[in-house]
Design a protein around this ligand. Sequence first.
Ligand code: ATP
Ligand code: MG
Ligand code: MG
Ligand code: MG
Length: 571
Amino acid sequence: MRATQFFISTTKEAPSEAELVSHKLMLRAGLIKRLGSGLYTWMPLGLRVLRRVEAIVREEMNRAGAIELLMPAVQPAELWEETGRWAVFGPQMLKIKDRHQRDFCFGPTHEEVITDVARREIKSYRQLPVNFYQIQMKFRDEIRPRFGVMRAREFLMKDAYSFHASHDSLVATYQTMYDAYTRVFSRLGLTFRAVAADTGAIGGSGSHEFHVLAESGEDLIAYCPDSDYAANVELAEALAPATPRGAPAETMREVDTPKQTTCEDVAALLGIPLQRTVKLIAVMAGDKMVVALLRGDHHLNEVKLGKLDGMADFRLANEAEIRAAFDCPPGFLGPVGIDRGKITVIADRTVAAMSDFVCGANKPKLHLTGVNFGRDLQEPDRVADIRNVVAGDPSPDGKGSLALCRGIEVGHVFQLGSKYSQAMNATYLDEAGKAQVMEMGCYGIGVSRIVAAAIEQNHDDRGIIWPATMAPFLLVIVAIGYGKSEAVQKAADSLYADLTAAGFDVLLDDRDERPGVMFADAELIGIPHRITVGERGLKDGVVEYQPRRAEAGQSGDAQKLALAEAKEFLT
Ligand code: ATP
Ligand code: MG
Ligand code: MG
Ligand code: MG
């Protein structure tokens, strides 16, 4: 590619709203342009990176035996009603109407659509197992879109869904996909960790997340350096043994426990070990207490809801559903910590709304006494302050102590079981000709998020340093005075032709720019290898080679190469 025939638009400054280094660099390097909140155009340079990530993901999915298809982004509400998720998915779902006032959504995920495909297409056990995948834009109306494409509203996801005649078959495919994910992130040159995860709003049993390790990550991971144990903290907290802890975060306010509920009751009924602080939303309804566990992203629209009477009804819910169930006005539900017989109110937004709610006729009664309401907490993320697992806590596997690190979730694999297939009646005929419900797994990769996550791990003060497998171009030829010097033009063109013929993705910077500008751009854009062709060097028959990243033990300084040898050296 010649720079004069391509589109490069770099800037010195990043807009002030960009907080993360990846966001700043993606804007400065001209990889993306913002259209609106959580909406980005992938500019030609950025698209080349995105396509590389996509290609590796596609190769590994194909290798793992998954079969590509493409489902509609717009999905009819009826499908989501079959699984009950139309009502409970929450405000992350963008609902739209067609000209006949029929309800649709812009797909945040595709379990319903693929299950519909499966129930129509799969008749016999002989067609199982089968694993379908697509690479497609999703829309989630995130509560706080931020960090550029890291947490966007429209983003590119690879989502795969497998169908099985037995649980063993599901477990086998799950392992194959886990291994494929490991290959994807290794090939992309990322430092990552697979961690046990909560199953969140998607539901189901076994689940792992893949995290790119970075200080800027929104997730907190607890791991044991002496064993394989690693978990997203929301899960680590539920599993870690109890140890006394110091004063709670200052945003907390303690209140007396409703008379009939103790922390032990809650822990026992939820079937989790008693611990320091469980992040819960608790609402009393008559003599029942409804408890919602906060998910790791700490947004109230993705919580688990359990009824304390028996807990058979432990299922997924969101803030809207809890509000609907208790006819509770918006802003009322505040995160609540339960700790040894004390309920800790972290935030309660609307005292007035609460008293209305408590006093309303024929409504479930909320039993909180002596309440000293906390101050209004605008930032849902402040709830993260109450995370109580600290480095040095014993590892749940008993093999050492926990260390903490931050991660960016780039992949997630789930064993869904029959949650969707049951609800949507996706059955096949077994060997005896009997109808059986299929088992399902689902597997997501945040393709566009990976681009940002990779930059978090690979940059310096001059710009991006792409891992070779993701780079928009592998090599840049900076031709100084291309339009002015015949010698430079000739040497640069021939090198460009040779290297391109050798299979390299080469950018020939033939722009009429000062050398400083071209070097700065090459470094900002993060191209792994650079050859500089200039008149002075050519007089001695040499060009300069410089790697973007200094290899271990090497200075990273420019190195002179005989023009004749440059091709040999690089290939
Ligand atoms: P998060 O916890 O970051 O909100 P999630 O658990 O809601 O992610 P999944 O439903 O597991 O996401 O979707 C699969 C993958 O899609 C995630 O692992 C992540 O890499 C990516 N992803 C999810 N939400 C976004 C987003 N808003 N912007 C970019 N990528 C996203
Ligand atoms: Mg999410
Ligand atoms: Mg998550
Ligand atoms: Mg996830």
